[in-house]
Write a protein that binds this ligand. Structure first.
Ligand code: ZN
Length: 342
């Protein structure tokens, strides 16, 4: 592990009640991670850069490219080899794959990715997420064309284009999940929209968009219509449903008869968004089954609950880590930070 430096302090977001700062943490000569704190956490004081990290509740981010100016050393313009990636991030990625499986968000299918740089991202090879275990299972891809950086890379997922096109369209997105959640798919084929009605999922907003592959098929009728997103043409169309002008408006978009794509500015929050999207779907379907009128969040309620819980992955992440660590079927061969083996 690297040492704490006198990191630059930069405020990235302000509102009347919550302030968020990013700190940089030096992990190696090439890698920095950002340390995220909020004024809602008692231990953080403005400018208290010397506070011991262990006394705060940290949420680690891989480096958003837009903040690289704040980094003191190293470059994130191009990460092409796993040796350039911090073990902390690699371990977190593998844990994330396992968490998605433990929460029934993926089975043999579905995948997680994380951005490494302006031009590359990381995904597992063609393997069920529960079985991802070691660096040999990880592949670095070019964002431009979703092709592996190394020509001898193992086979990858056919739908990795979903990830590459989202990273290409939205520079702030740091992590992407594609899931076939059975709780969520019904909302992709119904006229009832998936809508925020549970306070942990305000980020969904008042209606989650549904992207329909048929919107592309209609212009290319001779194409295979198996609903899979395995080329740039389909994936770029899907990515457009998330937002516009490089800004994400909807962190979650459903895919008709298929699943969903979930995004966030950190890997932890991407897992968080997946888990609570699924829980909101479960709550909404349960309420609809009661037969009365379902009262959904207003736009303001969705916004405010989303803002509050958006600061909250600090709390569940260690729980989710412990849960997957306790399951013998999940193996993470990247050494635990601080174990003395890294
Ligand atoms: Zn799929």
């Amino acid at each position: 592990m690297g040492q704490w430096k006198n990191s630059e302090l930069c405020t990235i977001r302000r509102n009347p009640t919550i302030e968020v700062w990013l700190f940089t943490k030096l992990l190696s000569s090439h890698q920095l991670e950002l340390f995220h704190c909020s004024s809602t956490y008692r231990s953080l004081r403005v400018g208290a850069l010397s506070v011991e990290p262990s006394t705060r509740s940290p949420l680690f981010f891989n480096i958003p490219s837009r903040h690289k100016e704040a980094a003191m050393t190293g470059s994130v313009d191009c990460v092409t080899d796993l040796s350039q990636v911090s073990p902390v991030l690699l371990r977190k990625y593998i844990d994330g794959c396992h968490m998605l499986h433990q929460h029934d968000l993926v089975d043999a299918y579905g995948h997680l990715s994380v951005r490494l740089s302006n031009t590359t991202f990381l995904m597992s090879r063609y393997l069920a997420p529960a079985l991802v275990a070691s660096p040999e299972d990880l592949v670095i891809y070019n964002i431009e064309d979703a092709q592996p950086v190394k020509p001898d890379a193992p086979r990858g997922f056919s739908e990795r284009f979903i990830h590459s096109e989202v990273y290409k369209a939205y520079p702030a997105v740091q992590s992407v999940v594609h899931s076939h959640s059975l709780e969520v798919v019904p909302f992709s084929i119904s006229t009832v929209p998936l809508s925020a009605c549970f306070h942990m999922a305000g980020f969904l907003g008042t209606a989650v968009p549904v992207w329909d592959a048929a919107s592309v098929y209609k212009d290319h009728p001779s194409d295979n219509q198996d609903m899979l997103v395995r080329n740039i043409k389909l994936a770029s169309s899907l990515a457009k449903a998330l937002g516009e002008n490089g800004q994400v408006k909807h962190p979650v978009v459903l895919m008709r008869g298929h699943g969903m794509v979930v995004t966030s500015e950190s890997l932890e929050m991407c897992i968080f968004n997946c888990i609570y999207t699924q829980q909101n779907a479960r709550v909404q379907r349960s309420a609809m089954g009661l037969g009365g009128e379902v009262k959904y969040f207003t736009q303001r309620e969705a916004h405010d609950t989303g803002t509050t819980t958006g600061m909250g992955a600090v709390k569940p992440w260690p729980l989710w880590e412990q849960e997957v660590a306790n399951e013998t079927m999940y193996r993470n061969q990247i050494s635990q930070p601080g174990s003395g083996r890294d």
